[in-house]
Design a protein. Structure first.
Lengths: 155, 112
């Protein structure tokens, strides 16, 4: 599997992943474990795991260009009701402001360019920064407590 | 992802099963639809009932298939969209691009 998970019951989870798409599911599985027992509604859980998928796919494909000698660092933790996921690649970096809006009519039928949009839709906070030492660091955050309360109110 | 192609009243129905995600089904979807179109079929219905997961790459391939078939004068429609995939298409405003059906007979009839 070529990854080094260090999970614990309460987190944090830290992993160093090779740039293989197969590792996405393992990371999703461990993120799911981190959410277990935290009263996260199934719906919220599903979209968080999709955001994790999109973020890692981006790091592997666009960040590391699928080069197996480049790695993706992943950290996941829950603190004070907030899930925080940090993903760092070893790529050349990019300007998130220059990513096309997938909802613009001229972009709607493009075959790519929706991953960041999905992350922003399903998470509460999505930030890209240039990582120290190169690459891009992406931080995804989700307020689990607030979301659970909203779902409970709906029910 | 597993695929099965059958024909009902001149409509090629592509049954998909499993994941349409990056590196696991996305390219396969494109190749299967291209193969159907190259075989001369202009009416293609993709049955999504047993698709368990889709990501932005899978959505991109679905859009690519739609554009490719449409540009060749054909029609590509969707059948049995699972709720989560419906949501994913809705937030990117793609749900209005595709003709989506819940009933196979109605979907097949719509191509006439």
């Amino acid at each position: 599997m070529n990854a080094s998970p260090e999970p614990s019951e309460s987190g944090p989870i830290r992993m160093s992943l090779s740039s293989r798409f197969e590792n996405i599911e393992m990371a999703q599985h461990l993120c799911g474990k981190l959410l277990d027992g935290r009263n996260v509604p199934d719906e919220t859980r599903h979209w968080i795991l999709m955001a994790v998928r999109e973020a890692l796919a981006n790091a592997i494909k666009h960040g590391n260009d699928r080069k197996l000698d480049k790695r993706v660092q992943l950290e996941m933790d829950v603190t004070d009701g907030w899930l925080e996921i940090r993903i760092r690649d070893e790529g050349a970096g990019f300007d998130p402001e220059r990513v096309d809006d997938p909802l613009a009519p001229e972009n709607r039928l493009k075959t790519s360019g929706r991953g960041i949009f999905y992350m922003k839709t399903f998470m509460d906070d999505v930030r890209f920064t240039r990582a120290e030492g190169g690459g891009t660091e992406l931080v995804l955050r989700k307020n689990l407590a607030d979301r659970s309360e909203k779902e409970e109110r709906k029910a | 992802m597993k695929t099965n192609v059958r024909e009902v009243q001149g409509v090629a129905i592509l049954d998909l099963k499993g994941k349409i995600t990056i590196g696991a089904g996305d390219v396969q979807l494109r190749e299967t639809v291209n193969s159907i179109a190259e075989g001369g079929k202009k009416s293609i219905l993709i049955n999504m009932h047993d698709v368990t997961t889709i990501d932005s790459s899978g959505i991109g391939e679905l859009v690519g298939c739609y554009t490719s078939v449409t540009n060749k004068g054909g029609k590509l429609k969707l059948l049995h969209l699972p709720p989560k995939i419906n949501d994913v298409l809705t937030v990117t405003q793609l749900i209005t691009v595709f003709d989506v059906y819940e009933n196979e007979a109605e979907a097949v009839a719509s191509f006439k």
